[in-house]
Write a new protein. Structure first.
Length: 219
């Protein structure tokens, strides 16, 4: 009887351990992928016209971006999937925003599922052009340091930066096409440090990690 009971204990322990392993959430995600149910709201309360930008949800993911200000007379709204071509899991703690008066608002965020960085420059004037980037280098990523007030993004062979308030820009080239996978960016761009006067990047070129640095002037 004791042997049977001991065997049952062992079997139960193994079964629980197996269940625990298989009920894990799988690979770690960039941020919380819990169902997004509430609209995320950002408002510049210290401005007399109180400009705002909202991100609404649908089916647990980010659905639309809505923006306006007091006296504008209308809410502008666009589906994020139309702007960025993707369905995103967002976490309010992993979104940054910056209003430039009632001219435009910047949104910087990373998809919680993949960690891919995005940025949006959204004008309040309906004649303005929305500037989306699906290859943003955001300081929300712990391996990317980007100075406050600066937005950074990459393409297949360069890194670009822009000052949010002035639109002044600078860039640095990697010297060749690195063919990044933006959903696994650290496979090709390990780390980044950007200030208004310097760009530093650790990047994989021809299977070798290289550190590139450039002194810059925003123009």
């Amino acid at each position: 009887m004791r042997f049977v009971l001991a065997a049952l204990v062992v079997i139960t322990t193994i079964a629980l351990a197996f269940t625990s392993c298989n009920s894990s959430s799988g690979p770690a995600t960039f941020c919380d992928t819990t169902c997004m149910k509430d609209t995320i709201k950002f408002t510049k309360d210290d401005h007399p016209l109180k400009p705002y930008v909202y991100i609404s949800s649908r089916n647990c993911t980010a659905d639309s971006v809505i923006w306006s200000y007091d006296g504008m007379g209308v809410n502008r709204k666009l589906a994020l999937s139309d702007i960025l071509g993707a369905s995103l899991h967002l976490d309010k703690d992993f979104i940054r925003y910056s209003f430039n008066d009632t001219s435009y608002v910047w949104l910087l965020f990373n998809d919680c599922s993949s960690g891919r960085g995005y940025s949006l420059k959204i004008p309040f004037n309906k004649k303005g052009t929305i500037s989306p980037k699906a290859s943003a280098i955001n300081g929300l990523d712990p391996k990317f340091s980007v100075a406050e007030g600066i937005v950074a993004y990459t393409d297949r062979g360069n890194i670009f930066i822009e000052e949010m308030t002035t639109g002044k820009k600078a860039m640095m080239t990697f010297g060749q096409d690195i063919s990044p996978n933006y959903k696994a960016i650290h496979e090709t761009i390990d780390s980044v440090n950007v200030t208004p006067s310097r760009i530093w990047v650790k990047v994989k070129i021809n299977d070798d990690w290289k550190e590139l640095e450039k002194k810059i002037e925003l123009k």
